[in-house]
Every structure is written in structure tokens, then in C-alpha cells.
Design a protein around this ligand. Structure first.
Ligand code: GLU
Length: 494
């Protein structure tokens, strides 16, 4: 049987990183088993579902590369089928028309609460207390409708809901892929509503019908849905359908162990794109957050798809650790193909420079990129590291740079300018050679020569070794940056 998994987000906001991790697990499990990964947009709640949220989910998934194998299924479009299934359950006696009104149900709950409160009053005899508590327990127990075994409608046109006839006794057992065996007594399950009085299907019905119709064999979702599973299994049984294999994944928590919230950092998947993380880094990080394979830290979708298993999903909640995400991102920046990295960096370079990049600067950056990849954990950090390629920082010289560009140092800078101006091939090896020969000929250490050149070229901005810096800047820019300082008079006396 083909393994079919699905991700079933409700389009009521952004693609939450917890949701992205659920999608990732489903994607990988399908890949691992040469199955299919499907996407279902659960948009039955028309009041809360928006097209914007649908777009945000699709955008986030496509950014992460979690492409579904078929076009998304929109749950609201299946409403007719949901109704048909509810009617089929009425026909086979597993569901029934219930004429209990919301007011009656509320009155029942109120009466139960009142009995419970009365039992706590002072002066109530033990016998009365016990009987009040029994009454409260009965009234507050999961609803079993008086119409579950049939019965006349109170009036010919009385409104009704269609409810599932919940199992009378026994247990509902889930062999959960993550949680192990979990069970509840059937009495804990109510005669849940399948179709509302207005004829609309409930979420509980829609999920089961859609999962069945889509052929879903494995449901992997957040453990906040575990309780729903106990209510969904009786629907499968009432339809005589196979129950899929369930796995309920623990939630992601913040670094303090509390439920993940805004104060722990961004919750939206694409916010990480907007902060300069690579999609493969977020995938690798989210995967390890809740799943492990030995002590391997870095995975690509391809490498993970070879080894992913539900058994290795952690049973306890994972904690979001942004420092770790930075390490993973730094890894994937280093591993990134130059051309792609350059494309990803460009908007950040322009942001750092404050204006569009011209071709000359882009050429310098292109030349420097292979040696510079380890200079930032995020794209904006890396973009910033290139700033010496478009700015000599002459207006912001720090104290150290000013000192390096004063007194005797300027003479050395001038001599050295002559030495390098004649270098034939403007490449880092030849330039390094020229710097070394100059030092040797003048009995100077590199520590005496390096600082003025560095200060002239980069104005104190962080930068790698001088020879490659000169190569990337090119002959004209290198010499003109040096000349600028040789010509200025304001620091001669410092
Ligand atoms: N639509 C549900 C949600 O967004 C998921 C339902 C499911 O996975 O079964 O949480």
C-alpha cells in the first residue's frame, strides 16, 4: 500500500514554525517510504479563513521546498461529500437525528454545575452530598442524546443536528507512533455532532472524511490533536473505514520551557526568511528539534529522507534555541553554491549599502565571496561583512586606524604604494610577494607595514588578509584608497 501523508493547516494566519515542522515530518515520512505527501487547506471555518493566510502557507511551504505531490485539497469544497457521509451513517444506524436544542444542552450543563456547587455547601448531609455529586456527574458527563436510539421528532419541522452514536462501552485505543498506546474509556466520548442544525459539517467529520478520501495512511500532527483522535476513530468505525496510523508530535516550547509564544522569537516561518536564514537551514534545524538520528546535526531534505523514522521522534517537547539555528544557518551559508548565495545576498547587500549595487562592486563581491562565506551566520550579517568592498570608511576612521595612518606610517604607505603599483599580475599571491619583499628590503616586520595599508584600504572595517583584499578591490581602487590618505593633511601630525 502506498504511504500517504498530509499536512492540513487551517488558513487563519501565518505558517507557524510548529506547523512547518509538522509538514516537514509528513514530507520526509512520505519520501522515506516512496509515498505521497499531500496538502489540505482546512478552510471550513469561513469566518477565520482568509486567502491571505492560504497564500502565506503556500509561500512558506514552497520556500522550504516542501512541495506537495498533488494540488491542494480545499476542505470547504468537499462539504457535499461530508454531508453524504453523515447521511450514510444515519442510514446504517451509526448516527442519528438529534433534536436537543442548544438551550436544552446549556440548561443541562447549568443544572449539573448547580448540583456540583450545592454539594459543596455547608450543612449538606453526606447522603445528600453524594446524591448531588452523582447528579452533577451524570449531567456533566459527555452528552449521550435521548434520541440516540431513535424516537419521534418533537415537531414535524423541529430543527435537528446529526450526531454520531458514540460507542457504548469498551475503550478507544490509539497505537500512537510517538506516544505509544493511549486509550480512553468509550464513555468519555460524546455523541458528537457531525452536521450542525444548519446542515454544515463539523470539523471532526470533515477531517475524517477527507483523510479517508485522500487515502491518508499516516496522520502525523501536533499532540494538541490527540484528544480529537479519540473522537475521530469512532467516525472511521461508523463508516467501516480503515483507521490511519496516528503519530502525535510534542509541541515546540520556548527556551524557558514555556509554550512557544511571540516573546520567544518569531513564530512565522517566512519571518526567518525575512531575517536572512536559508530554507535548508530552517528545515535542518526544525527537523532536529523533535527528531534525532544519532548525533548528526545537519540534514538536507535528501539526506533526511533516507533515514527519517517516526520512532525517532522525541516524546518530550523540544525547546527553540536560536543560537543553534544560527550555527546551522552558518553551516548552510558556507555550503551554499556561490551563484545562489550571491542572489540571496543581493537584497541584503543593497540594504547594507543603502543603495543599489553597481556592477563594479558586484564584481568585487563575486570575487571575494568564496573566501568570505564564513563571515556571517545570517545573510544580513554576511552582507555587512562585505562593506569594505564599497566603502573605505574614510569618514569613520576609528582611533586605531587614525594612528595607523599618521607619522612615519604615511611614509611607509607611500613607499609601499610604489612597490605594489608595479606588480604585474594583480593577484593575491603576487601582491603578497610584493608586500613581503618590501618588508625584507626595508628590514621591516609585517606588523609595521600591515596596519597603515589595512587602515587605508578598509578604514578599520573588518576584512580578511590584505593581499586578497587588494586583489578584490582591483589595482585602481587599491591605489586610489591609498592615495586618498597620502594626500590628506589633517592627520600628518597625529
Ligand atoms: N487543521 C488543523 C490545524 O491547523 C490540523 C488538523 C489535522 O492535522 O488533523 O491545527
Amino acid at each position: 500500500m502506498t504511504t500517504i501523508t498530509r499536512f492540513a493547516p487551517s488558513p487563519t494566519g501565518m505558517l507557524h514554525i510548529g506547523g512547518a515542522r509538522t509538514a516537514l515530518f509528513n514530507y520526509l515520512f512520505a519520501r522515506r517510504n516512496q509515498g505521497k505527501f499531500l496538502l489540505r487547506i482546512e478552510d471550513t471555518d469561513k469566518a477565520r479563513s482568509t486567502q491571505e493566510a492560504v497564500d502565506a502557507i503556500l509561500d512558506g511551504m514552497s520556500w522550504l521546498g516542501l512541495d506537495a505531490d498533488e494540488a491542494p485539497v480545499f476542505q470547504s469544497a468537499q462539504a457535499g461529500r461530508h454531508v453524504e457521509c453523515a447521511e450514510a451513517m444515519v442510514a446504517n444506524g451509526r448516527a442519528f437525528r438529534c433534536y436537543a436544542t442548544p438551550e436544552e444542552l446549556q440548561a443541562r450543563r447549568d443544572e449539573g454545575e448547580a448540583a456540583r456547587a450545592a454539594a459543596k455547601q455547608d450543612g449538606v448531609s453526606e447522603a445528600d452530598r453524594q446524591s448531588l455529586l452523582r447528579k452533577a456527574e451524570e449531567l456533566l458527563a459527555p452528552f449521550r442524546s435521548p434520541w440516540r436510539d431513535g424516537g419521534e421528532a418533537p415537531a414535524p419541522d423541529a430543527p435537528y443536528t446529526i450526531r454520531l452514536r458514540a460507542p457504548d462501552d469498551g475503550q478507544i485505543i490509539v497505537q500512537d507512533g510517538v506516544q505509544g498506546e493511549v486509550k480512553v474509556a468509550a464513555r468519555e466520548i460524546d455523541d458528537l455532532i457531525l452536521l450542525r442544525a444548519d446542515g454544515s459539517p463539523t470539523y471532526m467529520l470533515a477531517v475524517v472524511v477527507d483523510d479517508h478520501d485522500m487515502g491518508v495512511t499516516h496522520v502525523i500532527r501536533g499532540d494538541d490533536h490527540l484528544r480529537n483522535t479519540f473522537r475521530q476513530i469512532p467516525i472511521y468505525q461508523a463508516m467501516d473505514w480503515d483507521v490511519p496510523h496516528f503519530s502525535h508530535v510534542p509541541m515546540i516550547h520556548g527556551d524557558d520551557g514555556a509554550k512557544l509564544s511571540k516573546r520567544h522569537g518569531a513564530l512565522s516561518t517566512t519571518a526567518y526568511r525575512d531575517m536572512g536564514y536559508l530554507p535548508e537551514a530552517l528545515n535542518s534545524y526544525l527537523l532536529r528539534l523533535g527528531w534525532s538520528h544519532g548525533d548528526e546535526e545537519i540534514f538536507t531534505l535528501e539526506s533526511a529522507a533516507k533515514v527519517f523514522s517516526i520512532e525517532a521522534i522525541n516524546r518530550s517537547p523540544a525547546r527553540l534555541d536560536l543560537a543553534k539555528l544560527n550555527d546551522v544557518n552558518a553551516h548552510f551559508i558556507r555550503a551554499c553554491d556561490d551563484a545562489r548565495l550571491l542572489t540571496l545576498l543581493k537584497p541584503w547587500l543593497e540594504e547594507a549599502k543603502g543603495e543599489p549595487m553597481d556592477d563594479t562592486i558586484m564584481e568585487r563581491i563575486t570575487a571575494a565571496l568564496p573566501s568570505m562565506k564564513d563571515r556571517g551566520a545570517t545573510l544580513p550579517e554576511l552582507a555587512e561583512a562585505f562593506s569594505f568592498l564599497w566603502s573605505a570608511n574614510t569618514d569613520n576612521l576609528n582611533k586605531k586606524a587614525r594612528k595607523a595612518l599618521s607619522g612615519d606610517n604615511l611614509e611607509r604607505l607611500s613607499d609601499l604604494r610604489q612597490a605594489i603599483a608595479n606588480v604585474e599580475e594583480w593577484r593575491d599571491t603576487a601582491l603578497q610577494q610584493a608586500l613581503q619583499s618590501y618588508c625584507a628590503e626595508n628590514e621591516l616586520s609585517f606588523g609595521q607595514v600591515g596596519p597603515p595599508v589595512r587602515a587605508a584600504l578598509t578604514g578599520g572595517l573588518p576584512a580578511p588578509d590584505l593581499a586578497p583584499v587588494m586583489e578584490w578591490l582591483g589595482r585602481n581602487e587599491t591605489l586610489s584608497r591609498i592615495d586618498f590618505h597620502l594626500a590628506r593633511t589633517d592627520m600628518q601630525s597625529e
